[in-house]
Design a protein around this ligand. Structure first.
Ligand code: C5P
Length: 307
């Protein structure tokens, strides 16, 4: 299932826009800690149609601006880190004016920062006419974040191993529709993994029956939504709920509204509810908005991106 809507919009010689879509993890199993401090994963990514937008134009210096005041546009921003990495890798000192329109919630388990970094690599590769191929961009991207390589490859679904950067495409039979609920909290990915490791040391959260991605991958390939819902999994879910208890309330609501399955994405706190189709997702989102009108949660309908 390749991207049908172009990530890089062609606009002639002037400024151009690169879309930076978010992801969900339909499956995430943490297999163990590695000597380098990262955790070995088995995860299934889905690219979704909720995107940031980066605009690139030539300039003497490198600069970044953003419409979201709570996000730093300094050197610690992954977009500028990606630009610096690309300059170093290619021994160039080109500049660029980059503008970011931020729509993907920050530190929410949706890969927004990693996707911005991937879009920066792609956009600057084009702007600076560097001609780096996907393999070189991915190697650079993996140094910036474990999820970056997923956003540099063309498939909407992929199985990730290693830190999440060793990818295999997954051919899915159909586009998926979800209700996405983002509570008003930011969770640190590093702290989530550390929390899971501590819980496991105490014997908490170790599942008697080890889930496997096999059933979910099979369901994606043959389009069986019931089987897919049964295969949705996230080892980081309980830790996310411990730190952000409203997640369990969201899960309860999504199940009450007959979502086929509901799970935390990545290190949370975002939660998605798998729906039968787009109309069902719209219906669930509308009902949820009235049921939880008093909360600051962000509710939206998202679909697989690029079917
Ligand atoms: O790769 P990324 O920079 O997004 O990861 C953020 C943090 O999450 C890492 O510093 C690490 O603590 C944790 N992490 C991990 N194992 C992974 C991915 C992330 O322990 N596979």
């Amino acid at each position: 299932m390749k991207g049908a809507s172009p990530l890089i919009a062609k606009k002639g010689a002037g400024p151009f826009v690169v879309r930076a879509p978010a992801k969900l993890n339909l499956f995430l199993r943490v297999l163990g800690r590695r000597p380098d401090g990262y955790h070995e994963l088995e995860t299934v990514f889905e690219r979704i149609d909720l995107s940031d937008e980066l605009t690139f134009e030539p300039a003497a210096q490198l600069s970044l601006s953003c419409d979201e005041a709570s996000l730093s546009c300094g050197e610690e921003n992954l977009i500028l880190k990606a630009a610096r990495a690309l300059q170093q890798e290619t021994r160039t000192a080109h500049g660029a004016r980059i503008r970011l329109v931020k729509r993907v919630p920050i530190a929410a388990g949706l890969g927004g920062g990693s996707s911005d970094a991937a879009a920066a690599l792609q956009g600057l590769n084009r702007l600076w006419q560097l001609g780096l191929d996907q393999a070189r961009l991915s190697a650079l991207g993996a140094r910036l974040g474990s999820d970056v390589p997923f956003f540099l490859q063309p498939d909407a679904f992929a199985l990730g191993r290693g830190r999440g950067e060793v990818l295999e495409p997954v051919d899915a039979a159909q586009e998926l529709s979800h209700v996405l609920v983002v509570p008003d909290a930011r969770l640190s990915t590093r702290e989530m993994y550390e929390g899971l490791a501590r819980a496991r040391e105490q014997g908490i959260g170790l599942t008697a029956t080890s889930p496997s991605s096999t059933m979910l991958l099979h369901a994606l390939r043959n389009g069986s939504l019931g089987e897919l819902a049964a295969g949705i999994w996230n080892d980081l879910g309980p830790e996310a709920i411990r730190r952000c208890p409203s997640i369990s309330l969201i899960e309860h609501e999504l199940r009450e509204l007959e979502c086929l399955g509901a799970q935390v994405s990545g290190s949370g706190p975002s939660m998605f509810g798998l729906c039968r189709d787009s109309a069902h997702a719209q219906q669930v989102a509308a009902q949820l908005r009235t049921r939880i009108a008093a909360t600051p949660w962000r509710i939206s309908v998202v679909h697989t991106d690029g079917v």
